[in-house]
Write a protein that binds this ligand. Structure first.
Ligand code: KIV
Length: 273
């Protein structure tokens, strides 16, 4: 079975929800592959896997290595790689060269970057050169310093125009889809009706064409729990239980048992005549 294409994902719009999750590593990606339309190798990996304070220190090399692992472990989902902070803002040429590295070195299906109207020219430049781009507006984690925190957007209606203009600018620049993060439901609904490309929500209500979550958040493997995250499982408990069992088995010499232990070949004793 071949990988889902961007066109197949777009064709779901208005018919069924587009299912997306993040994946950063081979074991998780392998488990998700057949269940989702799109896997995002998000730069949130900086906080989830590396315990950075925010996503800003993540490098292009890190993103590429994680995307390669996700690509090796999957065959069905469309895989998109986040361009990390500092790898596309300087110039459209810088954005193109980072995107080309992503595509050529990982063979993923496209890149995602954060930003709206200000990036219209950059996004056009990349998409015109054959690279599928996913936009990301609303709460932009890479803007943490300038925003002073992770704030929900659109609570006051006067803010709306900026986000609607951002979405339209990205659509005009040729993005295949836009992530709407951390915004009030009516704004997400308005953007979703204003543009033709599918919107993927995270903390942006069920009014979006699809949803995405950070997989480790929904599995209870992170200690962040914003309101928009539904924790489907608290994996930290069974993991801790298994570790305690292991410690106790090692101490009591229950592990390794005979089944986990190698023995020498049986010696053949020749009979004397
Ligand atoms: O980095 C990331 O994981 C993301 C998603 C949360 C959309 O951008």
């Amino acid at each position: 079975m071949s990988r889902k294409t961007i066109q197949e994902i777009q064709s779901k719009q208005g018919i069924e929800k587009i299912i997306c999750l993040t994946a950063y590593t081979a074991p998780i990606a392998r488990l998700l592959d057949e269940h989702v339309d799109l896997l995002l190798v998000g730069d949130s990996l900086g906080m989830v896997l590396y315990d950075y304070e925010n996503t800003l220190p993540v490098t292009l090399d890190q993103m590429i290595e994680h995307t390669k692992a996700v690509m090796r472990a999957t065959s069905k989902a469309c895989v998109i790689m986040d361009l990390p902070f500092g790898t596309y803002e300087e110039s459209k040429e810088q954005a193109l060269s980072s995107s080309l590295r992503a595509i050529k070195e990982t063979n993923c299906s496209g890149v995602k970057l954060e930003g709206g109207s200000l990036l219209q020219e950059t996004v056009s430049y990349i998409t015109d050169r054959g690279i599928p781009v996913m936009g990301h507006i609303g709460l932009q984690p890479q803007s943490i310093i300038i925003d002073g925190g992770y704030k929900i957007k659109g609570r006051d209606k006067f803010e709306w125009k900026k986000y609607i203009d951002d979405a339209v600018a990205l659509e005009n620049a040729g993005v295949f889809s836009i992530v709407l993060e951390g915004m009030v439901e009516p704004l997400a609904a308005e953007i979703t009706t204003c543009i033709k490309v599918p919107t993927i929500g995270i903390g942006a209500s069920a009014k979006c064409d699809g949803q995405i979550l950070v997989t480790e958040d929904m599995l209870g493997l992170t200690n962040i729990s914003p309101k928009f995250v539904k924790q489907y499982l608290d994996l930290s408990r069974p993991i801790q239980k298994a570790i305690k069992d292991y410690v106790s088995d090692v101490k009591s010499e229950k592990f390794p048992s005979i089944e986990n232990t190698y023995q020498m070949k049986p010696t053949i004793v020749s009979k004397e005549k």
